[in-house]
Design a protein around this ligand. Structure first.
Ligand code: HPA
Length: 236
C-alpha cells in the first residue's frame, strides 16, 4: 500500500498498462481483460488486475502530466516491484505528416521539466524508452498491419498556449514530431529503478493544421493502440 494506491502488492501484476484517463482504464479492463477485479480506487484512480490471453496484467491510470505519472510510476516500480510499464495515450502532432488517429511509438522523451533534476539531480533533457519493449510494440503493430511512426516526443507541462519558441526548440533540437505530457517522468523512473517503460500514442490533435479529435473519439478511437499494447505485453 502507498499513499496513492491501496492495492496489496500481490494484486498488482509485473506488467502494467497505463492510460492517462481512469475511464479508459475501466474501458480496457471491461473490454479486454478476463476476470478483471478492482484492486485500488484511491482518488478515483481505478486500478484493475486481470488476465489477457492467460497473462496477468494490471491497468492503472497515470493521470495527466509529468508529476502525476511521476508519483504512480515511482510507486509501481519501487513498492510494487513492477517490471514493465506501457503507457497508452494521445498526443498533439508537430508535423502535417501525422494525421488524426495515426499511431506513434516513442523513442526519446525530451522535456524542460525539472522532474529528473529535482528528484535525482539528473540533468538529462532527453530520456529514452525501452528498446526491448519497443521492439515488441513495433513488431505487433506490423503483424496487425498498422502503420506506426517511431519518433521523439516533447513531454510538456503545458497543454494550452504552448509558446512557439519552446515548440520550435523541441523540433529543432531533437526532431520531436509530437507532444504529450507524461513520458519524461515515466522513462526517468524506469531508468532509475532499472526497469522498462515505453509509450504508444494516438494523434488526437494536430498543432500545425489545428485539427482535433472530439472528446468522444478521444475516448473511443484508441482501440488499435490498446490491442497493440496488450498483444505486446504478453510477449514480454
Ligand atoms: N499537447 C500536449 N499533450 C497532448 C496534446 C497536446 O496538444 N494532445 C494530446 N496530448
Amino acid at each position: 500500500m502507498t499513499p496513492h494506491c491501496d492495492a496489496k502488492k500481490e494484486d498488482i501484476a509485473k506488467i502494467v498498462i497505463m492510460p492517462g484517463d481512469p475511464n479508459r482504464a475501466k474501458l480496457i479492463a471491461d473490454n479486454y481483460l478476463e476476470n478483471a477485479r478492482l484492486v485500488s480506487n484511491v482518488r478515483g484512480m481505478n486500478v484493475y488486475t486481470g488476465t489477457y490471453k492467460g497473462v496477468e496484467i494490471t491497468v492503472m491510470p497515470s493521470g495527466m502530466g509529468i508529476p502525476s505519472m511521476g508519483i504512480y510510476s515511482y510507486e509501481l516500480f519501487k513498492f510494487y516491484d513492477v517490471e514493465k510499464i506501457i503507457k497508452v495515450g494521445t498526443c498533439g502532432a508537430y508535423t502535417k505528416d501525422l494525421a488524426i488517429g495515426d499511431l506513434v511509438l516513442v523513442n526519446g522523451s525530451y522535456s524542460e521539466s525539472t522532474y529528473a533534476k529535482v528528484q535525482d539531480n539528473v540533468d538529462d533533457d532527453i530520456i529514452y524508452a525501452s528498446d526491448y519493449i519497443n521492439f515488441y510494440l513495433k513488431e505487433t503493430a506490423e503483424e496487425m498491419g498498422k502503420h506506426i511512426s517511431i519518433a521523439n516526443v516533447h513531454s510538456t507541462d503545458v497543454f494550452y498556449e504552448e509558446n512557439d519558441s519552446i515548440k520550435e526548440n523541441a523540433i529543432n533540437k531533437y526532431s520531436c514530431m509530437a507532444t504529450e505530457m507524461e513520458s519524461f517522468s515515466l522513462f526517468h523512473n524506469a531508468r532509475k529503478f532499472k526497469k522498462k517503460a515505453s509509450q504508444i500514442l494516438t494523434v488526437s490533435d494536430n498543432l500545425i493544421t489545428g485539427e482535433k479529435m472530439n472528446s468522444i473519439d478521444r475516448t473511443k478511437n484508441v482501440n488499435d493502440m490498446i490491442v497493440i499494447a496488450l498483444e505486446s505485453a504478453i510477449k514480454l
